[in-house]
Design a protein around this ligand. Structure first.
Ligand SMILES: [Zn+2]
Length: 415
């Protein structure tokens, strides 16, 4: 079984070790060593990367029997008994140490300030989280916890790991009862926290740099708290600062004035959208009135008056307004279409006119491969791409369905 050098010295970056076994795990070459500084995924902390004799170590697994297997990026001509040079990817490992010790400190702060035990921990490459037994966490309380955790960093408390027997455990104020028995490794943040933990930790809390809670999310009866420690917190602050600076620059306001500027823009956009919709509706009404006058003049005594029309610059909502306006008058059938990426058809009739608009529409849409439906007096649909010609043919088909007259044709595209 490999001697776990990372437990003896978590700051060890280079080491030599003899190969004790070679294996293939999930099709990938793997090596066991007589001692290793590589940390295997366990206890919420992710595995180390690095290299053995220059070959990348892409995963480190602790087998059920306790053996540590180093998974290699490519096959290597290692022999059992051969001595290898190991090197740990130090920035990655130190990041894990900052997050892990930071997690212990943050969990202790949640107990001390908020009386909340940590139920579970996740430390990923992107996000680190704690799950807490409360459905609600007041932002002001989170800030107090964050302050207490960072005070422990300013105090630069020593972090000490040692192994104790079960008998010695009773004298240690553990935050959580240990999940293992026999010799138990205790990680103490001096005077603040005692945890049974096999992970790698910084030497004193000052090396955590900073602890920042950046999100709290309700999950049933629990709250998941997201946090960054150390350099991750710096990178996040740097990125957030760049975003805020770019926005403030764009709005030509100071950072403090940003929320107000965004709110102002949102209100303006809302008002503009509303005014545009109202104007478009008015325009559609005027358009409908003109269409109706022309159609009446052209239709003579014919009944109903059928208005078949294809618009290239109207959307589905505007077609509906025009159709509703046209069919508010008695004796009118409106067969309207608009081509585009999401072509649209809108068929409507006055209450006193004959015809099943729903059926006409379904037939017309079938020719366009689009979907929609409605009642006998109003139907609308579309959604599939169609050219002006395709829409005109579909509308014309419906017109013939109403008039039974193949000789007329749908007027050219108008607006
Ligand atoms: Zn731990």
């Amino acid at each position: 079984m490999a001697l776990r050098l990372y437990r003896v010295d978590p700051f060890l970056r280079r080491f030599s070790a003899r190969v004790t076994a070679l294996a293939t795990i999930d099709g990938r070459p793997a090596v066991a060593l007589d001692q290793t500084a590589f940390y295997p995924t366990s206890g919420g902390q992710a595995f180390d990367r690095g290299a053995l004799n220059g070959i990348d170590v892409v995963d480190v697994i602790e087998r059920d029997d306790g053996e540590i297997m180093h998974i290699l990026a490519q096959p290597a001509q290692f022999a059992v008994g051969e001595t290898l040079d190991g090197e740990i990817d130090w920035p990655r490992r130190f990041d894990h140490m900052q997050q892990h010790t930071g997690q212990h400190v943050l969990s202790a702060a949640f107990v001390r300030v908020a009386g909340l035990d940590t139920l579970s921990v996740h430390m990923g490459d992107e996000a680190c989280t704690l799950d807490l037994p409360t459905p609600r966490l007041d932002p002001a309380l989170i800030e107090r916890v964050e302050d207490a955790a960072n005070q422990a960093i300013y105090d630069d408390l020593p972090v000490i790991a040692r192994e104790v027997t079960e008998a010695e455990l009773s004298g240690i104020p553990l935050r959580k009862p240990p999940a293992v028995s026999g010799l138990i490794r205790i990680v103490e943040v001096q005077g603040l926290d005692w945890s049974a933990c096999g992970g790698t930790h910084v030497a004193s809390t000052g090396q955590i740099g900073m602890i920042r809670v950046y999100k709290a999310e309700k999950r049933g009866n629990e709250t998941r708290v997201y946090f960054h420690c150390g350099r991750r917190a710096l990178l996040d602050y740097r990125q957030a600062g760049a975003v805020v600076a770019a926005l403030a620059d764009g709005f030509r306001v100071s950072r403090r004035e940003l929320p107000e500027a965004v709110e102002r823009l949102r209100a303006e956009a809302h008002a503009a959208r509303k005014a545009l919709t109202e104007a478009q509706e008015k325009l559609a009404e005027l358009e409908a009135t003109a269409l109706l006058q022309n159609a009446r003049a052209a239709a003579g005594d014919a009944s109903p008056i059928v208005i078949a029309r294809v618009f290239t610059d109207r959307d589905a909502a505007q077609l509906k307004v025009i159709a509703k306006r046209l069919t508010a008058e008695p004796g009118v059938v409106a067969l309207l279409g608009a081509p585009g990426e999401k072509a649209s058809l809108c068929f409507a009739r006055s209450k006193d006119a004959a015809g099943d608009m729903g059926k006409l529409l379904r037939d017309a849409l079938a020719t366009l491969g689009a979907k929609g439906g409605g009642s006998a007096d109003f139907a609308q649909g579309g959604g599939a791409p169609a050219s002006a010609d395709q829409v005109r043919q579909a509308v014309d088909r419906a017109r013939i369905g109403v008039q039974g007259d193949p000789s007329g044709n749908t007027p050219p595209i108008g607006s």
